[in-house]
Design a binder for this molecule. Structure first.
Ligand SMILES: Cc1cc2nc3c(=O)[nH]c(=O)nc-3n(C[C@H](O)[C@H](O)[C@H](O)COP(=O)(O)OP(=O)(O)OC[C@H]3O[C@@H](n4cnc5c(N)ncnc54)[C@H](O)[C@@H]3O)c2cc1C
Length: 420
């Protein structure tokens, strides 16, 4: 029900990772009455263990033409950036089939423009949230560098760099001498780098998330700790959510932002969407023993090296597997092998390992849309590798949907109808 003021009663946002918290904040800023419901185990969410990058200009979907030629080599390489848990193949096959279709040039062009529409607004849409939370100091103002082993390796990726350039990404090419000036302790293993202008990062993703959540509460938002297990559904509307405790929470509308947990919940609402977990890992080195001045991504290893408040975080890799399969921490330890080629002195005493779920659709775009069978439910999940950066813009798009007005960003590429 929309009241005369454009407000829509109590909105329940289910899932309090970056997408949920930023959505709750954007809705609250627009004057809505919002309840944020989360399981309350932040360290298990993708929003906890990521690299924290505001990845402006990252407009290249995972599925690109020719990717199928690279996959066998990656799978055979124990240190490669991608692995598949073969026993989960039957469950992954429908997603992989769509992934292959998404890698066609025409689809990549469309997908890349949609990614750019979210990246373009990243800093501007975060700005008021960071100011309200007084949280800018948690962000490093150094630009990230993407490293290559050689200039030839960079040139081999010229097609994807053209997409980034077209999207307006500003960058500076760095030869070995320039890298050495910026990072004296890095070896010669990498001979070439690209400094990505504006690609800053959050130095403590958990602290930032907690700070934003606190700000939401200070603005009058309510936080409920509990797992949503079901919905009270009648006449194309959800009237309440049921929690694992047995409690029922009456709501006027629902926004589903539960990351990988959205797969199960959206199925209960009649939408069978190809959402899987691209599992990622990190190692946190509390006393790395070397000085690292800024954050790096290593294209060949599909990982990042990120100096954070708690130490040096080595994060990344993609493992396609069922979300409830046990972690394979050998993947995490590969991160250290790669990082040591750049910083041989790295020390791992007291290392903490982590695995989390990137909620991913095959075309690297999230779903930001109304549920197909319930008029008062909005979906906002499936942000894959980009959920931290895209969260504030997603929140604004959800707010527009909730208020029944056009969003500043064209919402059509994020429709659930693209999956038929
Ligand atoms: C190694 C790694 C590095 C990454 N690096 C970056 C990066 O540099 N930049 C970037 O933008 N992104 C990055 N990402 C991706 C990013 O972390 C995710 O896209 C993002 O965190 C997704 O946020 P989310 O809020 O949708 O989901 P989540 O973070 O998974 O949050 C979902 C929340 O919903 C809650 N929930 C689930 N089910 C229920 C339920 N039934 N009831 C109540 N609550 C529920 C969970 O407890 C959780 O708190 C990275 C990811 C990984 C794994």
């Amino acid at each position: 029900m929309t009241t005369g003021s454009g407000r829509t009663g109590t909105i329940g946002v289910v899932g309090g990772g970056y997408v949920g918290v930023c959505t709750a904040l954007q809705l609250a800023r627009a004057g809505h009455d919002v309840v944020l419901i989360d399981i309350g185990q932040p360290e298990k969410a993708a929003s906890y263990g990521n690299s924290g990058q505001f990845a402006v200009g990252e407009v290249v979907p995972l599925a690109v033409p020719g990717i199928l030629r690279s996959v066998p080599g990656w799978l055979l390489d124990p240190l490669g950036p991608l692995t598949i848990r073969w026993r989960d193949l039957p469950m992954l096959t429908p997603w992989l089939a769509r992934f292959v279709l998404a890698s066609r040039t025409s689809k990549v062009e469309i997908g890349s423009r949609a990614m750019a529409s979210l990246c373009d607004r990243m800093h501007a849409d975060y700005a008021p949230l960071l100011d309200a939370a007084n949280a800018r100091s948690i962000i490093s103002d150094t630009d990230c560098i993407k490293l290559y082993r050689s200039r030839a390796d960079w040139e081999a990726e010229s097609k994807t760099w053209r997409l980034r350039e077209r999207a307006g990404l500003q960058f500076e090419l760095l030869d070995r001498a320039a890298i050495e000036r910026l990072e004296p302790e890095m070896t010669e293993f990498s001979q070439f780098g690209v400094m990505l202008k504006g690609r800053t990062y959050i130095r403590n993703p958990l602290r930032m998330l907690q700070t934003l959540t606190k700000t939401f509460e200070e603005m009058g938002g309510k936080v409920v700790t509990g797992e949503v297990t079901g919905f009270d559904k009648r006449d194309r509307r959800v009237h309440a959510v049921t929690l694992a405790s047995g409690e029922s929470l009456e709501l006027d509308s629902v926004v589903l932002t539960a990351g990988i947990g959205s797969r199960k919940l959206s199925r209960q609402l009649g939408d069978k969407l190809p959402l899987i977990s691209e599992r990622g890992y990190h190692l946190m080195l509390p006393n790395p023993g070397v000085r690292v001045n800024r954050s790096y991504t290593l294209g060949w290893a599909g990982m990042g090296i990120v100096p954070m408040e708690q130490g040096l975080r080595l994060a990344g890799t993609v493992e396609l597997a069922s979300s409830d399969a046990p972690p394979n921490f050998a993947r995490a330890h590969n991160l250290l092998v790669h990082a040591k080629k750049l910083f041989p002195g790295l020390e791992s005493e007291g290392v903490k390992q982590w695995m989390g779920h990137r909620p991913s659709f095959p075309d690297s775009l999230p779903v930001i849309d109304r549920a197909s069978r319930f008029d008062n439910v909005i979906y906002a999940f499936g942000h894959g590798h980009m959920g931290v950066g895209w969260a504030a813009t997603t929140g604004k798009m959800v707010t527009a949907l909730q208020e029944g007005r056009p969003s500043e960003v064209d919402i059509r590429p994020f429709s659930l109808k693209r999956f038929g």
